[in-house]
Design a protein around this ligand. Structure first.
Ligand SMILES: C[S@@+](CC[C@H](N)C(=O)[O-])C[C@H]1O[C@@H](n2cnc3c(N)ncnc32)[C@H](O)[C@@H]1O
Length: 277
């Protein structure tokens, strides 16, 4: 209140004849501040990165990563400028589950970063299995390669340095599992190239990370801008493609699973904007 009083014009605080309106004015200013703060909070909530605390709860209820992955996670936090790009324990464990259950032999990863998700997938890959992982950043790739050498499963991983947008156009083998986790503006290109070049094996699965893109892909204001738009456009492409069946899971930042459709009748695409709660 002392600060509020100080912010009132001098004639209000000094002129005793205005003493009677001083306190109502103070109250009004207080209410004004509260409503500005609540407006900012509401705007923030509307546009914000969703954080309900459930991610931390999911991590608590997920079996922890092996020590060498924890080491890599910690090193990524310390040594990279964008550590938030790492998938983290819940999604890492989820990828490991997919490999455990689906028993893929050949995996393509687009967007290796420091190798955390590659190593999670390699955990369950048989000795004769192979992961090709692509990344264009030499700095994070050096960390990845160092950890592949240290890991008991690193020998299953082949790292290719370079632009995945180009690299993918020259691949001519089939993969049982393809994990897309690179530049969001490239997602449609990666997906269309996989589909048109037949890179996904029969019975295989594409796993796509960040398909909520911090909730912005579903936000009718944000999803006309930059990566929010890129991801929203990608989601539209997938859901209107009757060659595939897909499911979007609310794991971390949104994970979409896609497989070939087998005589599956796709429902009508609903283009109505998503309604925020
Ligand atoms: C979100 S990170 C990948 C995270 C990783 N899958 C993990 O779980 O730790 C995205 C990575 O994609 C890489 N990237 C971005 N654009 C690329 C491109 N055109 N070609 C290859 N890699 C690219 C970035 O260098 C970055 O390392």
């Amino acid at each position: 209140m002392a600060t509020l009083a100080a912010s009132l014009p001098d004639f209000v605080t000094k002129d005793s004849s205005l003493g009677l309106i001083k306190w109502p004015l103070l109250a009004l200013s207080g209410l004004g501040l509260i409503s500005v703060a609540s407006g900012i909070r509401r705007a923030y909530n509307y546009l914000r990165v969703k954080d309900s605390g459930l991610d931390a709860y999911a991590a608590l209820n997920t079996s922890p990563e092996p020590f060498y992955l924890k080491e890599l996670f910690d090193e990524t936090l310390k040594k990279t400028s964008t550590p938030m790009m790492i998938t983290g324990v819940v999604e890492g464990r989820f990828l490991e589950f997919l490999v455990f259950w689906g028993k893929p032999k050949k995996i393509l990863e687009i967007g290796c970063f420091t190798g955390y998700s590659s190593l999670w997938m390699a955990e369950q890959l048989p000795e004769d299995g192979k992961i090709i992982t692509l990344d264009l950043d030499p700095k994070v790739s050096a960390i990845a390669k160092e950890h592949f050498l240290k890991s008991p499963h690193g020998s299953k991983i082949e790292h290719r340095l370079g632009d995945a947008r180009q690299a993918i156009t020259s691949l001519n083998e089939k993969f049982d599992l393809i994990f897309i986790d690179a530049d969001k503006g490239g997602y449609i290109h990666y997906y269309q190239t996989i589909m048109s070049r037949g890179l996904l094996a029969e019975g295989g699965m594409i796993v796509v990370d960040n398909t909520f893109f911090m909730g912005g892909a579903a936000n009718p204001i944000l999803n006309h801008i930059g990566p929010f738009r890129d991801i929203n456009e990608f989601n539209k492409v997938v859901r209107s493609d009757d060659r595939v069946v897909s499911v979007q899971l609310s794991i971390r930042d949104g994970v979409t699973l896609i497989r070939h459709a087998k005589n599956v009748q796709q429902p009508e695409v609903n283009e109505k904007p998503f309604e925020l709660l």
